[in-house]
Design a protein around this ligand. Structure first.
Ligand code: SD4
Length: 331
């Protein structure tokens, strides 16, 4: 396919697959925890994740409230979405690439700056756990494709068919036209990025996805790329992203947000600046969604996106809250 045409189509596909239409009721029920200056309250331990993944954040909170560490919390938390066949953007049940293969991307980062990632890995349900094994059991940071899958088997992971009948039927339907119009906020689920601070004040993060639906074989987005889809610096804070991965990579978004926090910005202000950097590089094209979330060492959180519709969950002693994110554009 002609490159320009593909890029146009892929932007459309991505834009159609990255966002969530909030049920009106969940928006109404959502409330944002803020202090007087509009920034979030500092609270630790705390977990924050992209979108309204209440079960995943509840699982991570269970780990934290029982005194567990942030690394276990984020791994256990995002595994809930990886196992959920109804989430068609993560793990089992994820939408396949153009050839009908479900390929998963994931990365994880701990308090010491250790990190691990798997890219375009097939047939393994819990890509985040394989990423953790890459971090802990190899001298490497990233394993891709067949190598990642082989490593997973060596680590005892089982072969799993990731393509559900629902995702297969939708893919077969898509093949009839292979075409999408850009529609923002069309889905019910999305990539999960999660950050947590434990009782010792240590920060970890995880990000996992099946990426852009019907992507080219071998396409990898931002989610498994340290610095783009996820970054943690235990002295400062962490950030993670959801949305059109190509744009997040171009801006090294999560690293940027952590560096902005290092310079003194709050998590909220840093996320806003991160989105504005992406907008600045796309003056003529705004029909795509990006959402960033961030946390700092104090336990303050923030989130920001391009188009309305993005939310993020926080869970702490203060409660379990679905926070509607402020957006750069308003309609
Ligand atoms: C990607 N960032 O592969 C991911 C897309 C995403 O749910 O967030 N999808 O580009």
């Amino acid at each position: 396919m002609e490159r320009r045409k593909f890029l146009k189509n892929s932007t459309a596909v991505t834009a159609s697959l990255i966002s969530v239409p909030l049920m009106a009721s969940s928006l109404e029920n959502a409330k944002r925890e803020t202090s007087n200056n509009g920034e979030s309250k500092a609270v630790r331990p705390i977990v924050i994740c992209t979108w309204d993944f209440h079960k995943a954040s509840a699982k991570a909170w269970d780990v934290l409230k029982d005194g567990g560490n942030s690394l276990d919390a984020v791994e256990e938390g995002v595994k809930i979405e990886e196992a959920d066949v109804d989430n068609q953007t993560v793990g089992v049940g994820g939408r396949p690439d153009r050839d009908g293969n479900v390929t998963l991307d994931a990365c994880i980062m701990d308090k010491n700056g250790n990190c691990g990632a798997v890219l375009a890995m097939q047939n393994i349900a819990h890509s985040i756990s394989v990423a953790r094994k890459v971090m802990e059991r190899t001298p490497h940071v990233m394993l891709a494709g067949k190598g990642a899958e082989q490593f997973a088997y060596e680590m005892g992971f089982e072969k799993t068919d990731l393509l559900t009948e629902k995702s297969k039927q939708e893919w077969l339907e898509w093949k009839k036209t292979s075409k999408y119009e850009p529609i923002i906020n069309i889905e019910n689920h999305d990539t999960i990025g999660m950050l947590a601070i434990d009782k010792d004040g240590d920060i970890s993060g995880a990000c996992t996805t099946s990426g852009m639906a019907y992507k080219m074989a071998g396409r990898v987005g931002d989610s498994p790329i340290i610095g783009a889809g996820l970054f943690v610096d235990n002295e400062i804070g962490g950030a993670t992203a959801t949305g059109v991965g190509e744009e997040v990579v171009r801006t090294v978004g999560s690293f940027l947000i952590v560096e902005l926090m290092r310079q003194g910005k709050s998590p909220q202000a840093a996320c806003e600046e991160g989105v504005k950097r992406i907008i600045a590089k796309n003056k003529d094209k705004q029909d795509f969604q990006i959402g960033f979330i961030a946390i700092n060492k104090k336990g303050e959180t923030g989130g920001y996106c391009i188009h309305p519709g993005f939310t993020y969950r926080t869970y702490s002693e203060e409660g379990h809250v679905n926070n509607p994110s402020e957006s750069y554009l308003h309609s």
